[in-house]
Design a protein. Structure first.
Length: 464
């Protein structure tokens, strides 16, 4: 085993950049695996010629990067993508903070582990501490760990993703503009809000999907009707109790949702489906059971799916706690804790309820109106966007009534025209999902909802 310290040593003209450049050698290695917290254009530019040469000679490069610190740059990702580097974004819920390079070849392997991210300061000017370890066994162990992260938490990115990431960078620059007299520059602020709307709007025509989740729709709890209040929580509590009381659960500690089991639970819980179910057959009711109560209980963290075949489900500790709630206030308290489990597929790190609460505490009037949700808030996909979101909402609120109403009128007309191509009622469905989300957030402790479904555009949230 060979161990060597790598640091930026100006006095001896030795830099992390030089050492990495020497290791990017297709005559010695055929695979490079890189895990770094962030990727910047300055760092990629320094290593890109060698990386391209390595790939041209038949080498393979995998890069797993993070965006926790909002430092990765689309320009850097674009260069790597164009060069055919395999790139994935880390999407786990935990913070991502590694700095690892693994070089593997037929007869040798080298690992560089330390503090340097992929940026020019880290490679040349910063005080860094990295260790080069030449040992095939150690490289193999670290390589297995990398592969687990790559397979289980790495989301492959494509040109569309990079374009969207660039849009996010532009949104981050949003800043209220003022005239020389110190008054809001409404033309500039209106343009910035409009640019953000267009950043998600374009994906209606050019669908961006992850499983069943379409990006342009923004946050929503479930595709089926999903409003949470005490009557609906009581109904879900009855379903959960019926599952726990079943003989199968008593014997196995889990249940398979067969047609027979679903209908028995529905009957025992006296559960009524929301919306207008198209079928009342036994098989149809099982499908609705999966789409409505089962799905909602999962979203709340009261139920967990162990196997999609069946499916097989198990009640969580929080779910058991929920079944023991005997009063409205107890149910609301547990729901308030559970609501932090709500996640949008495109924003796995974003606690939607916490994000909304933070906005309510900081925006003018401490209120969030329907169109502020519809146009801006539900399209946020990372907690680091809080600052830009707050500024955009503030700019929207500061628009004169006639200017704001004009923006709403133009946007809703155009959105309705676009969505009606998908089917009659698509625009109304989109508005209903926004209303459902706001209503459900409004049942969380500390937040209050005002509005009725017959007039969704006038609803709003405020601090309780």
């Amino acid at each position: 085993m060979q161990i060597q310290l790598l640091q930026n040593d100006r006095a001896n003209n030795r830099y992390v950049h030089n050492e990495l450049t020497a290791l990017i050698n297709p005559k010695r290695f055929d695979t490079i695996e890189i895990a770094v917290s962030y990727v910047m254009n300055s760092g990629v530019g320094m290593l890109l010629p060698r990386l391209k040469s390595f790939l041209k000679e038949g080498g393979q490069i995998k890069l797993l990067f993070g965006d926790d610190f909002e430092l990765s740059e689309s320009a850097a990702l674009q260069k790597l993508f164009d060069s055919k580097v395999e790139i994935r974004l880390f999407v786990g819920n935990m913070n991502y903070h590694p700095k690892i390079w693994i070089f593997k070849g037929p007869s040798s392997a080298v690992v560089v582990v330390g503090s340097s991210n992929l940026s020019q300061p880290a490679l040349v000017t910063n005080i860094e501490a990295n260790v080069l370890i030449e040992d095939k066994e150690f490289a193999g162990i670290l390589g297995e760990s990398f592969q687990i992260l790559w397979n289980e938490f790495g989301r492959e990115i494509d040109q569309e993703w990079i374009d969207h990431y660039h849009d996010r960078e532009e949104v981050a620059k949003s800043e209220p503009r003022y005239t020389r007299e110190g008054k809001p520059d409404f033309d500039s602020n209106l343009k910035q809000v409009d640019v953000f709307i267009k950043s998600w709007w374009k994906y209606i025509k050019k669908p961006r999907k992850m499983r069943q989740s379409e990006y342009w729709r923004g946050w929503y709890i479930a595709p089926e009707p999903a409003i949470f209040d005490d009557s609906r929580l009581t109904a879900l509590q009855n379903v959960l109790t019926a599952i726990l009381d079943s003989d199968e659960y008593a014997n196995r500690g889990r249940v398979t949702i067969t047609r027979k089991f679903a209908n028995e639970v529905l009957a025992k819980a006296n559960f009524q489906f929301e919306g207008r179910p198209m079928t009342q057959s036994a098989e149809g009711r099982r499908d609705l059971f999966i789409r409505q109560p089962k799905n909602k209980l999962e979203k709340l963290g009261f139920l967990v799916e162990l196997d999609s075949n069946g499916p097989v489900v198990q009640v969580t500790d929080l779910g058991r706690q929920f079944t023991g709630a005997s009063t409205r206030s107890e149910r609301k308290h547990i729901y308030s804790k559970a609501s932090h489990n709500f996640r949008w597929a495109w924003a796995p790190k974003l606690d939607m309820v916490d994000f909304t609460t933070r906005l309510l505490k900081s925006v003018p009037t401490n209120r969030l109106q329907f169109h502020e949700f519809s146009y801006i808030i539900i399209h946020v996909f990372h907690p680091k966007m809080y600052g830009s979101t707050k500024r955009l909402v503030t700019m929207f609120k500061q628009l004169p009534d006639d200017v704001r109403n004009g923006l709403i009128s133009r946007t809703d007309r155009a959105l309705e025209k676009e969505l009606e191509r998908m089917g009659k009622g698509a625009f109304r469905h989109y508005q209903n999902k926004v209303f459902e989300l706001m209503s459900s957030f409004g049942y969380v402790e500390g937040i209050k909802f005002h509005g009725v479904k017959e007039s969704p555009l006038s609803c709003y949230l405020e601090l309780a």
